[in-house]
Ligand binder design. Structure first.
Ligand code: PMP
Length: 417
């Protein structure tokens, strides 16, 4: 039974892993926007930005297995798939972004970005938001304050408040850039040259902050004026989720110096990477060599290319825009009926909805709502500094009917909690 498996899991994997939910969901299969447990119960997945084109999409599975059956090697032999894919991905980027390097995880992509930024700028200072999460390698964990006391922040790391209008005021762009400037000044006072500002282009672990479009541009200007680079973490918003093109930064009217990506890229196959302006890698390229055994392997490249096929063929960016707007309207309607549902923040199918008590964020109530939804067969998570914000990121083929079902179940969960 499940309790026995939980015990075996704990014994085999050790104490560092956590499971979602008071009663874990024991999954055996996925299809489209649905996940199935071992009793055959279907769960609506509104959590998962990994299965971005839908769980086990047949076109992606076919491309992955066909390549695995042809050859699956490490990356030091010449093969077409990685070059074809890199060219295709770069074609989705603005002019000026010219190279694509491959890793297996978003963490490694951000780690590589730090290494390149150090070489390019001669600095070491890194600026991130207060509750940011950017990954697990030691260098990145040291710049991921949401890990809490587990990993102390590096002495070269500075944190700034997230672009929350409730904290920074209505002119978020100017205020956020001023926070970046304060961090730059503090680094310099300590004799540390700034290397990079690393932020999500739709904020996620700080809570979802998406508006107004364009608010990141002044912050990017500030870090560049100080000799540092602007790195966009697209691990969550990338690959069409915002409904405004392939990349979250497009909403901000800026071109990052480097762009890290992962999660949705392989629809579950581990593939990630870093795109960049060619000039930022000149120093690193001259001094260092980079080898990642599995990064850009033929199966990864074929799988990721198939994900791009599906995004294009099924019009998933337009769907994210359309169903995202529909869902946002439905949530706004629920807000009017439940005083425990607060601000809705959204860009396409990347939506945050705060859970409140007496107008204040309430993480404990959010946990109750998340568990009530799980009992009602809807999977979702919460984020934000107090875990108060429902984070709604379904697979991109999410339909209006799926949205109606979600809104109905959320309505019930809010009524009961
Ligand atoms: N950046 C962001 C914004 C993330 O959400 C994550 C993963 N949660 C990462 C980086 C790290 O990606 P990975 O788990 O693939 O290493």
């Amino acid at each position: 039974d499940d309790a026995a498996l939980v015990a075996r899991r704990q014994a085999a994997l050790g104490p560092a892993y956590r499971l979602f939910y008071e009663t874990p969901v024991h999954l055996v299969r996925g299809e489209g926007v649905w996940l199935y447990d071992r009793q055959g119960e279907a769960y609506l997945d509104t959590y998962n930005n990994v299965a971005c084109v839908g769980h086990c999409h047949p076109h992606v599975v076919q491309a992955m297995t066909a390549q695995a059956a042809t050859f699956a090697s490490h990356t030091r032999y010449l093969h077409d798939t990685v070059v074809d894919y890199a060219e295709r991905l770069l074609a989705t980027m603005p002019a000026g972004i010219g190279h694509m390097m491959f890793t297996c995880t978003g963490s490694e992509a951000n780690d590589l970005a730090f290494r390149i930024a150090r070489e390019a700028t001669g600095g070491t200072g890194i600026i991130v938001t207060e509750n940011a999460y950017h990954g697990v390698t030691l260098a990145v964990a040291e710049a991921s304050p949401s890990l809490g006391t587990g990993v102390p922040l590096g002495a070269h790391v500075r944190t700034i408040p997230p672009p929350d209008p409730a904290r920074l005021g209505p002119d978020v762009g100017t205020a956020f850039a001023a926070e970046v400037q304060r961090a730059i000044d503090d680094l310099k006072r300590h004799g540390i040259r700034p290397a990079a500002l690393l932020v999500d282009t739709i904020f996620s672990s700080d809570g979802v902050f998406a508006d107004p479009p364009g608010f990141l541009a002044p912050a990017a200007d500030a870090i560049r004026a100080a000799g540092g680079l602007f790195i966009a973490d697209e691990v969550q918003p990338g690959f069409g989720r915002t409904g405004a093109g392939m990349w979250g930064f497009a909403r901000h009217g800026l071109v990052p110096d480097m762009i890290s990506m992962g999660k949705p890229m392989g629809n579950g196959y581990p593939v990630a990477g870093l795109a960049m302006r060619p000039d930022v890698i000149a120093e690193f390229g001259a001094r260092a060599r980079y080898f990642n055994t599995f990064g850009g392997n033929a199966v990864a490249a074929a799988t990721a290319a198939a994900v791009l096929d599906v995004i294009e063929d099924e019009g998933l960016i337009a769907n994210a825009r359309d169903v995202g707007a529909y869902l946002r309207d439905g949530l706004a309607d629920l807000c009017r009926r439940h005083e425990t549902l607060g601000t809705i923040r959204a860009a396409g199918l990347f939506i945050g909805a705060d859970i409140l008590t007496d107008g204040k964020p309430d993480g404990a109530r959010a946990v109750r709502v998340v568990n009530a939804l799980r009992r009602n067969r809807v999977l979702i998570s919460a984020s934000g500094p107090r875990g108060e914000s429902l984070k709604i990121r379904p697979p991109l083929p999410f339909s209006r009917a799926n949205a109606d079902l979600f809104l109905d179940r959320l309505d019930q969960a809010l009524k009961a909690n």
